[in-house]
Design a binder for this molecule. Structure first.
Ligand code: AMP
Ligand code: FE
Ligand code: FE
Ligand code: ZN
Length: 282
């Protein structure tokens, strides 16, 4: 069993990189990708420990992008096997994305304060390391009694449909695909179900467009995918010659219903052959 999608506390997970390596070994995960949002810091920190302990650690990253289709108009792109250390160009781009988060975070604070929420940026930033994301805001809102749990914090304050929601800068998905490829990586569409494209024909057409823009794979196996979704995405991958990936999207205590390796209610058991196939094509 392998897991190619996980987050450490360098982005918006709660496990430190070392704890994540430990957990992977405990749970019998044969290969683990750390795919933090916008940073390699978690992967870099975990690598020596993984080598010592005999865990096959894969370098990944997850980027939030604008998509010209779907209900949410946003989609996540995973990148695997980027040249390490990453090119100066790619690292400079990540710095820009993190600066875009800072700008969003300042506007989000203003928006929340406008609605009478007593919250200040430093108390949120204290919970983050390389970056501060909405899950850190959720944690503060819960601690201060504004929400009972993450769901409520996103529904009332942080999610796309909340009155206090603010957008952050995101590159178009085609640009992100190109940048991952230029940095030597394999661009993969993360959890396609979250694009929210209801019509299967429109969904397939959109994935084909991404393939034409340079996409190399799709995340067929994911905690949010039902068996029928995995089947549909598997068929699309075969039809368009896209590589298949999969992972739990583990975020630690920030998404307690997701387990490393086995996903949501045990819906994942991804074989090592998936990784071998990826490597053969990287
Ligand atoms: P950000 O990248 O800072 O805009 O925050 C997005 C992150 O918030 C996602 O990667 C998820 O980890 C998390 N997230 C988004 N929606 C929810 C939700 N409804 N409940 C819990 N976590 C969420
Ligand atoms: Fe996240
Ligand atoms: Fe994601
Ligand atoms: Zn993720």
């Amino acid at each position: 069993m392998i897991d190619l999608h996980s987050h450490t506390n360098e982005s918006d997970g709660t496990a430190s990189p070392l704890e994540l390596v430990e957990l992977a070994l405990e749970r019998g995960v044969e290969a683990l990708a750390i795919s933090d949002h916008d940073t390699f810091a978690g992967y870099d920190e975990a690598l020596p420990e993984a080598r010592t302990r005999g865990l096959d650690l894969v370098c990944g990253i997850e980027l939030s992008t604008r998509v010209p289709s779907g209900k949410s108009q946003s989609g996540h792109l995973l990148g695997y096997f980027l040249h390490q250390p990453a090119t100066a160009e790619f690292r400079a781009w990540l710095d820009e994305l993190i600066e875009g988060r800072r700008d969003r975070n300042r506007r989000l604070i203003a928006s929340l304060r406008d609605k009478g929420v007593d919250i200040e940026l430093p108390e949120v930033e204290r919970l983050g390391r390389t970056l501060t994301g909405r899950p850190h805001f959720a944690r503060v809102l819960i601690n201060k009694g504004y929400a009972a749990n993450f769901d409520e914090a996103f529904r009332r304050y942080l999610g796309e449909t909340a009155p206090t929601y603010v957008e952050r800068y995101a590159p178009y998905v085609a640009e992100a695909i190109e940048r991952v490829r230029n940095a030597g990586g394999l661009p993969v569409l993360a959890h396609p179900i979250r694009l929210g494209i209801r019509d299967p024909n429109a969904e397939e057409a959109f994935i084909r467009e991404l393939r034409d823009a340079g996409l190399r794979g799709i995340e067929v196996f994911h905690s949010d995918h039902r068996p029928a979704d995995m089947e549909r995405y598997g068929a699309i991958a075969r039809k368009y010659n896209l590589l298949v990936t999969g992972g739990s999207d583990f975020h630690g205590e920030n998404k307690p219903q997701i387990s490393l390796g086995t996903g949501m209610r045990g819906n994942l058991n991804i074989p090592l052959t998936v990784l071998n196939d990826l490597r053969a094509h990287s």
